[in-house]
Design a protein around this ligand. Structure first.
Ligand code: UD1
Ligand code: CA
Length: 497
């Protein structure tokens, strides 16, 4: 039996009233990525022929966001075939699928249709593969429903089974009798069905029910009526089919997702101080997937947030409450608590055995060599620090090339911006920059030279000597200067009229 091509429908027209957000529900973020992005990710893993997103509420915003969600930056193939079908007004899930069918018409009804919800982010590809296989298990295919048993099934459509256990239909909660409401097996909202069977059933849907909607779930009874063996593929992991309706549910699924990621890292040997206080997120700016690659014996203290692509080398330690995005931390480096590293597109890198923080900030293009030290309240942007260079306290290095073993004093800054353009500062090897210096770029500090504390350097300095550029220190004698004294207060007399 040949496998029919897979076409995926993603329902994303609903309003999501309970999110109380200005933005469409399917664009709310889980782990830095829109809910719809997670659904498109799992769709892509199934290598579908076409994906049709059904949009309605906030359709323009949702459709525009999709360009980023399926971009190469998000790991998508350029030829990923995503189309949109507008559903306006929203007359129910059956009506939604009706709107999507024309987008599959050119295939002449030869495909297998998988229906997903844009607000159900944690479904795994293997689960959907099993469902698709179930729909193809009988010759000519059948309708397969993804179901789960819930301790509290209220609100969901219930799976009706006959005496022999065969699926008879789905009854929506609002239409269900008390006896039917006692059924704990529910329909997840996810189904797989051959397009050839689906199309005529859709045409027969009516809105004669408690909500006056066209229920997609009514096709189950039609399939049974047509003599097809409807399959219920029942899974045990309810999180995989959990939808997001409220901020509380979003937070719950976020935590579940993060715990899963933390578990996978610990499985690889990463030492997480507390898996419940670990975050790995996609970078919403670039679409870059949250990806943390760790060497052996990496230790990550609690409260750290990793964003985009981050690599941490063997034996490196990440202190508590660090935010690290788009960066490479080499082996043996130590990132002390509360350090902020964000390489954005350019990336940031920390060399082997380097010490960074606490309270340090590395920005795009910060490249630290071996055993570089960056201390508290030091900011580094678009600058290279060669092996052994140190900037330990309260300093700024922007657009600078810093040589080996340079010592950059507390409170010193590179004045890299003249108000219009940025300029580079070059500090050659073994130079020693005193405290509170201003290096006005473009400028070069010669190798092995010393810059006296408090200097404002506007011209290149020679190698190997002391350069001082500030007012000379003088002391005034008591006859030349006296400290001002408070004038004694006189009693004010009332003004005479
Ligand atoms: C639906 C199922 C129910 C199942 C539940 C699982 C029907 C009739 N009922 O319930 O059996 O237990 O999902 O969550 O299908 N949507 C549209 N257009 C519409 C209506 C909905 O695009 O006109 C989208 C929503 O945005 C959402 C999905 O379809 O992504 C499901 O809609 P929702 O209202 O959450 O499902 P229910 O009708 O409550
Ligand atoms: Ca609903």
């Amino acid at each position: 039996m040949s496998t029919p091509p897979l076409d995926i429908l993603v329902m994303a027209a609903g309003k999501g009233t309970r999110m109380k957000s200005r933005h469409p529900k399917v664009l709310q973020r889980l782990a830095g990525r829109a809910l719809l992005g997670h659904v498109l990710d799992v769709a892509a893993q199934l290598a579908p022929r076409r994906v049709v997103a059904i949009t309605g509420h906030g359709a323009i915003e949702v459709e525009a966001a999709c360009a980023g969600l399926v971009s190469p930056g998000a790991g998508f193939d350029q030829n990923f075939d995503l189309k949109f079908a507008r559903q306006e007004p929203q007359l129910g899930t059956g009506h939604a699928v009706q709107q999507a069918m024309p987008a599959l018409a050119e295939f002449g009804g030869d495909g297998l249709v998988l229906v997903l919800s844009g607000d159900v982010p944690l479904t795994q590809a293997d689960t959907l593969r099993a469902l698709v296989a179930a729909a193809q298990a009988v010759p000519g295919g059948t309708l397969a429903l993804l179901t789960v048993r819930l301790p509290d099934p209220a609100g969901y459509g219930r799976i009706l089974r006959g005496a022999n256990g065969a699926v008879q239909g789905i009854v929506e909660h609002k239409d269900a009798s008390a006896a039917q409401r006692a059924i704990d097996e529910i329909y997840s909202g996810i189904m797989a069905v051959p397009a050839r069977l689906l199309a005529p059933w859709l045409a027969r849907l009516t809105c004669d029910n408690a909500q006056g909607e066209y229920y997609l779930t009514d096709i189950v009874a039609m399939a049974v009526h047509d003599g097809l063996p409807v399959v219920a593929h029942c899974i045990t992991d309810a999180q995989q089919v959990a939808g997001v309706n409220s901020p509380a549910q979003l937070a719950e699924l976020e935590r579940a997702h993060q715990l899963r990621q933390a578990g996978a890292l610990m499985e690889q040997g990463v030492r997480l101080a507390d898996p419940a206080r670990f975050e790995l997120r996609a970078d919403a700016r670039s679409g870059q997937r949250g990806q943390l690659v760790c060497g052996q014996d990496v230790e990550i203290d609690l409260g750290c947030i990793f964003t985009g692509s981050v690599e941490v080398g063997a034996g490196a330690q990440i202190g508590a409450y660090c935010c690290i995005a788009n960066a490479r931390i080499a082996e043996g480096a130590v990132i002390h608590p509360f350090t902020h590293i964000d390489g954005e597109q350019a990336g940031a890198s920390v060399g082997p055995g380097a010490l960074v923080g606490p309270f340090a900030r590395l920005r795009p293009g910060a490249q630290l060599g071996r055993e570089v030290h960056i201390g508290n309240f030091v900011e580094v942007k678009n600058s290279t620090l060669a092996d052994g260079a140190k900037a330990n306290h309260l300093a700024y290095l922007g657009d600078a090339s810093v040589g080996e073993r340079v010592n950059y004093g507390a409170g010193s800054i590179t004045a890299n911006y003249d108000g219009a353009n940025k300029h580079r500062t070059v500090i050659e090897a073994d130079a020693h920059i005193g405290s509170n210096c201003v290096l006005v770029a473009p400028v070069t500090i010669g190798a092995g030279g010393t810059v006296g504390g408090g200097s404002t350097i506007t011209k290149d300095t020679p190698a190997g000597v002391l350069t001082v550029a500030r007012g000379k220190q003088t002391s005034l004698s008591a006859s030349q200067w006296q400290r001002p004294r408070k004038t004694p207060k006189t009693l004010e007399t009332p003004a005479q009229s």
